[in-house]
Design a binder for this molecule. Structure first.
Ligand code: FE2
Length: 386
């Protein structure tokens, strides 16, 4: 793979000059899920998705009311947290939403100023700047609410040498399935309620200094039955990208509406994780039991040379391999991208994952929206929620 199109390099350039820098973000720090049974979730993310043991906090480390398993794969850290008694407020989150993403933690140089700058611009505080210490140094964290009950936690770790955070111990067990090549979080998408997309676009602009760099309306994102609208927000250096979706009126129920019904409110819809070799990564995920959306029809694959146009000559993947694995392909001016979506990873049709390989393209697969949403609708039909 040439350097110009390496997906790992993407995102580190300053591409959005208009965005403000009162909130410099170094990257995603971790994503914390509130789940009903963290021990079993950790087994699933290790076995199925190739995450590795990293850190732990629980009864054995003196945490009496909650337990967390931290797993890692390349730059991605996920935290799986479960309450240890009925009094923990985490229970309310799980009862209402089911398993889902509570915290999108952002790595910052200065967690105090991140909290001050965002709360003074109207953010509701989740956690005042708090210093946590152990023998490896100190971490300062602060946090604000975003859509629904989801929060952003700012993590300042420049004076910390420990594994994860004070209170956690490094964790290593004898069960270590191999990684599958997931590298970093490319983007995380939020679903918000009817008519709320622009409210949250404005919130990310005003409170976080983000910029809206791509928009899709319901004339672009629709099928025969359903529709949605989406705007992509990015921070100044392009490392953090949060598309925001809202449902739109159509003949049948939008997938966004289905999410809102089952999550009982706004929340994280999908986490897109990047790989450098999607054919290998998806082959492994399938062998390990990860379920993906069903493939688009034959005509979709026949049309790939048209879709890729001038980028067809640089395409390294074999179309038959992509079709065998149901991987989707899209292109923009700068290159192409390969992507695929899992089925929801819990019983409520809420959170799912996207696997993406960028070969120069900076978009989100708009050319695939129709094929993708038709696949989702076939699944909705089975669930009786279309
Ligand atoms: Fe996506």
């Amino acid at each position: 793979m040439s350097k110009e199109v390496s997906s790992v390099e993407y995102g580190l350039e300053k591409i959005f000059e208009g965005a403000q820098d009162f909130l410099p973000l170094l990257g995603t720090d971790y994503v914390e899920f509130y789940v009903g049974n963290a021990k079993q979730s950790a087994h699933f993310y290790k076995t199925a998705f190739g995450f590795q043991d990293f850190a732990y906090r629980g009864l054995e480390t003196g945490s009496r009311d909650q337990v967390s398993y931290v797993l890692k794969q390349d730059k991605i850290k996920i935290v799986l947290t479960t309450p240890l008694n009925s009094k923990s407020p985490i229970n309310e989150h799980i009862v209402k939403h089911g398993d889902g993403v509570k915290v999108i933690a952002l790595w910052v140089e200065n967690a105090r100023s991140a909290w001050e700058e965002t709360t003074k611009r109207g953010a509701k505080s989740f956690m005042e700047p708090t210093v946590e210490k152990d023998e490896f140094g100190e971490v300062i964290r602060s946090g604000i609410y975003t859509y629904g009950e989801t929060v952003h936690v700012f993590v300042e770790r420049k004076n910390y040498q420990g594994t994860f955070l004070p209170g956690f111990v490094a964790n290593k067990t004898d069960y270590n399935p191999s990684p599958v090549g997931l590298k970093y979080i490319d983007h995380m998408v939020g679903n918000v309620g009817w008519g709320e997309m622009n409210t949250w676009v404005k919130w990310y602009e005003e409170v976080m200094g983000f910029e809206n760099f791509l928009s899709f309306d319901d004339t672009q994102i629709h099928t025969e039955y359903s529709a949605l609208m989406s705007k992509v927000m990015s921070n100044g250096n392009g490392r953090i990208k949060f598309p925001i979706n809202e449902p739109a009126k159509a003949a049948k129920k939008s997938q966004i509406e289905e999410y809102l019904d089952f999550y009982e409110g706004s929340g994280v819809q999908h986490i897109a994780v990047a790989t450098d070799n999607i054919v290998e990564t998806v082959s492994q995920l399938k062998a390990r039991g990860v379920e993906f959306l069903p493939p688009p029809p034959q005509a979709y694959y026949d049309d790939i040379p048209n879709r890729l146009g001038k980028h067809m000559s640089m395409m390294k993947e074999n179309i038959a391999d992509l079709q065998k694995l149901s991987i989707l392909v899209d292109a923009d001016e700068e290159g192409y991208l390969l992507q695929i979506f899992t089925k929801p990873v819990e019983d409520r049709p809420t959170l799912f994952f996207e696997i993406i390989q960028r070969m120069g393209a900076k978009g989100f697969g708009a050319g695939n929206f129709k094929a993708l949403f038709e696949s989702i609708e076939r699944e909705q039909e089975k669930r009786g929620t279309l």
